[in-house]
Design a protein around this ligand. Structure first.
Ligand code: 13P
Length: 256
């Protein structure tokens, strides 16, 4: 038995109307029925969560959101709370994506509040971390990732540690077609696992899934997924079409 079940999550970003989402997810559900060794999560925009949740009923697929606000409710125009997501049967929520850090100026302190609020509401955070090209070229990758992991997970108790999923997404690899090499990715994944060991101890750290994200495609996935500390993928572009997403799920299922 593998210690960590592989996880393939599709981050649809700002794509798909509700009708488009339903037809995509129908195709995925029909095919994924046959795969049991991989946990599959789809993260549509808020506007499609309800229609996608209906399509997922009775299937093994799980639903995730792409963001949430840390407060339980109130005057936060345009935002949604953890409880609202739970009410739509979401199990996961992507937090700290680099697009939110960059375009919406989300800080580690704010992301940390979201992580704690998500866990409190039984939502599993998929916490995204990763360096920019400039940070990599200046040799700051591990320092940047360390700061993000430590600050974003501040105050997370050991009892909830295994509900956390980390996604290592080098910013320079997102949507660029420029994927990290297996060595680059495995180095950072192993480093993240060592940080988790410091925070939660060895046994729990071995159970936390660390996903790779950034131009993951059927062609490069098998090699990445075969790495010791790469436990799945957070997929952008290739999750918008059932064929490529299913190929990625099958690639994860093929890893032994
Ligand atoms: P791409 O797979 O399109 O590079 O996006 C990765 C990503 O940002 C997933 O969250």
């Amino acid at each position: 038995m593998l210690l960590r079940k592989k996880l393939i999550a599709g981050n649809w970003k700002m794509n798909k109307t509700s009708a488009d989402a339903v037809s995509l997810v129908k195709e995925i559900v029909a095919a994924v029925g046959k795969v049991h060794d991989v946990e599959v999560v789809v993260c549509p925009p808020f506007t499609c969560l309800e229609s996608v949740a209906r399509m997922l009923e009775g299937s093994a697929l799980k639903l995730g959101a792409q963001n949430m606000h840390p407060e339980p409710g109130g005057a936060y125009t345009g935002e949604v709370s953890a409880a609202m997501l739970r009410a739509l049967f979401a199990s996961y929520v992507i937090l700290g994506h680099s697009e939110r850090r960059t375009y919406f100026k989300e800080t580690d302190a704010f992301i940390n509040q979201k992580v704690l609020a998500a866990l409190k509401s039984q939502l599993k955070p998929i916490l995204c971390v990763g360096e920019t090209l400039q940070e990599r070229e200046s040799g700051a990758t591990l320092k940047v990732v360390q700061t993000q992991v430590e600050q974003d997970l501040d105050g997370v108790g050991k009892d909830l540690a295994t509900n956390v999923v980390i996604a290592y997404e080098p910013v320079w690899a997102i949507g660029t077609g420029r994927v990290a090499t297996t060595e680059q990715a495995q180095e950072v994944h192993a480093f993240i696992r060592s940080l988790l060991t410091k925070l939660f101890g060895e046994t729990l750290a071995q159970k936390v899934r660390i996903l790779y994200g950034g131009s993951m495609k059927p062609a490069n996935a098998p090699e990445l997924l075969a790495q010791k500390d790469i436990d799945g993928g957070l997929i952008g572009g290739a999750s918008l079409e059932s064929r490529s997403f299913l190929e990625l799920i099958n690639a994860a299922a093929a890893v032994r």
